[in-house]
Design a protein. Sequence first.
Length: 366
Amino acid sequence: MRDSVLPFPTHHDDLVLDVQYDFYGRHLATCSADQHIKIFDLVTNPDITNPTNNVIDPTNGLPSTAAVASAAAASGTPTNTPNSVWTLNDSIKAHDSTIVKLDFAHPEFGQLLLSASFDRTVKIWQEQTGEFAGSDHRWQKLATLSDAHGPLYDACFLPSFMGLKCCSIGSDGVLRIYDALEPANLSKWSLNDEINVTSVNLKSSFQSDFSISWCPSRFSTEKFVVSALDQAYIYYKNADTGKFVRGISLFDHNHEALIRSVSWAPSMGRSYHLIATACKDDFVRIFKLVEFFNKDKKSPEEGSLRFELHLLEKIDYKSEVWRVQWNATGTILSCCGDDGMVRLYKRNYANQFQCMSVISAKSSKQ
């Protein structure tokens, strides 16, 4: 029986800091401390029996299916199924320091990729389908956003229903939101908002961490959760002023160390929201957030929403947790930490989150 866990040789020269799929799972991007981004394409049904296919396809600049399959067999490149292989689309020397975060935009905006680095910049890249794969011109840099005053720790595109926007946060404690001014000219981005999450401007030599996650519900007020060091806050857009204001803090549910990651679950018809945090204190916390209109507000600045926050689960991970992420329906939470395992949690019949699967680099346990 084929092993369900396969090696993925990225051939980076240093630690890999982030891995991201595009919307359809056809592209996979990796970034590393070696200052490079590598993008891989999924090629299905390679025909290794026909040697005439061992050519470059001029329509998309990718190797033919036979060439891809042969290269995969020679190099040990993993396949998703017996009839698919991953092939290197391009390798980019993207930044002047460690690259910490990648994110693909929604496909309605084209094939766009965002990268953030300790060099204080966010860069926007676009795939040029007319260029050959591996030509160093396949992905073109469209814009460089360099307003941060310290190393960046997180960046992402906003949910597509908000338009083509992106945000970033770094050691200066400021979350910056950018807006694409002209959809036809993505080299122009405007700094739309700056939100001071923390007043402490940390030195780059200090250990710190910041993370952002937006509420993916298009039927709710625009809001996001952001972590800064050992604190996390929920911000929402005030309907009266049009500005993001702080709604509630997770301070009452003390995180006893740095918060490494936050993730806002898709609602999928729920009347409340689920938010997960990964902490250096070896715990994963899952919160239930209920929002309702503030009928007693005395001024527009006071805010149009009120929130109630409850701690649903505090999971002892027994090692430092680095990343949490909900699935597309918000029903399964994946976590990874220092133990080299990926654990999947889901609610059981008693409405408690229980570990349903553990995946290691060597085997998969169901």
